[in-house]
Design a binder for this molecule. Sequence first.
Ligand SMILES: NC(=O)c1ccc[n+]([C@@H]2O[C@H](COP(=O)([O-])OP(=O)(O)OC[C@H]3O[C@@H](n4cnc5c(N)ncnc54)[C@H](O)[C@@H]3O)[C@@H](O)[C@H]2O)c1
Length: 467
Amino acid sequence: MTKGKILVTGGAGYIGSHTAVELLNDGYEVIIIDNLSNSNRFIIDRIQKITGKKVFFHQEDLLNFAKVEQIVSAYNNIKGIIHFAAYKAVGESVEKPVLYYENNIVSLLNVLKVMTLFGIPNLVFSSSCTVYGQPDILPVTEEAPIKKALSPYGNTKQIAEEIIADTVYANKNLFSIALRYFNPIGAHESALIGELPLGIPNNLVPFVTQTAYGLREELKIFGNDYNTPDGTAIRDYIHVVDLAKAHIVALNRMISGNNKESFEIFNIGTGNGNSVMEIVNEFKNATGLDIKCNIVGRREGDIEQVWADTSLANMELGWNAKIPLREMLSSAWNWEKAYRADSKQEKEKYNLNLEHFKNLMALGFSNNGFNAEEINFLVNKAKDVGISVANWDEWMKEVSSFTFQIPQNMDEREEYLADLVHLAMVDGKVHQTEYDMCLKLADKLEIDAENLDKIIKLIEKLWKNDA
Ligand SMILES: NC(=O)c1ccc[n+]([C@@H]2O[C@H](COP(=O)([O-])OP(=O)(O)OC[C@H]3O[C@@H](n4cnc5c(N)ncnc54)[C@H](O)[C@@H]3O)[C@@H](O)[C@H]2O)c1
């Protein structure tokens, strides 16, 4: 018996993936909708690996209401939705306000529409301490006045809270809890999931771990002339697993009818403020690694200091942040190391570029070649290993009408077969269905089954040694 189904939007992302793990551990079934615009498909496998449970994953854009409706209609009795999906880079939101308003607001409207349509009663919403701007009184409570947002991103969170308040007011069967997150950092103890910023990180801790790993030359500290004890900005850092657990508690509160209002708001932080310099020093203590720092000017839109008064969440939700700062930082470092090592191994395993993949598919397509299921399987695997194509449907059309000549050179032929075998591996083995697919290509390449078996054995051994 499970506790019921929860739809998690943005569940392949940083906070969503950690929350999916906690939901599964708590006995819920998890359905994820994510368009992977800021995340990776392999994270879904990792959630399943950590929990040993299945995730129902749909790669879809929440802006596409018809698709979202179709997905949700396939499940009955969804008990609640946790809505994480949003764009979150403050600086980018200043440059691209329309993109941010559209993605963050329309996705919420679509979520509220499906809730009404299918009678899904409970919503947990990802809000942010950014709604407070620079508070006049610290620690900041939920009662603090909401000031004019400093960025379009911040404004989307303010507007979203208002939209939810109006919607639950108008519909007596809807309930919601908005969690105003402070600064989530760290990663799951397994080091299988964590924060995965695309490009140069906007947040302090990924910048610190990437600098420690040698990916960045130095850590830029934005301003040391703030009115704080050491002059650097102060935030309330909370471990992402503590934050994830707050979502489960919030959902359980609504599901068991213990909420006091139809829309409630809670601060989710530790209640402690730490400066940038304190984080850098604690990272050194946690890992023994030195970080080269460079003090540069203040960053536009940054506030001086903020930390949470968490007494409402502590009292009402019975929830407390437990994981200490040092552990937050060592878990972030363990994730950075594990992720970098994995991606290096992955790349080495798949010596596959787009051109090679195109030839491989063209070979497979030709007379009596791969069937639709095999093609689907291969395209998904190629996406997983980082082959990127702007429009897969058009690309497939082009490939299916393209003839690639079988190479004369036997080594080159074996290379193509080895590429296919790599793609065919599932959990370190080539199983029967995928073996049949490899056999088809071997036949076209005039490589006999005995040689194919040798290649498979070699590659399986390679994977075993890597694991
Ligand atoms: N990380 C923070 O510091 C922080 C702080 C406060 C609030 N929040 C909020 O928490 C939520 C989750 O943040 P995160 O750090 O996990 O971000 P993230 O970018 O890692 O995760 C968001 C996920 O949503 C997906 N997504 C975005 N737009 C989508 C769309 N239109 N359709 C389908 N999927 C879409 C992305 O692919 C991504 O996987 C966001 O709403 C964010 O604003 C984050």
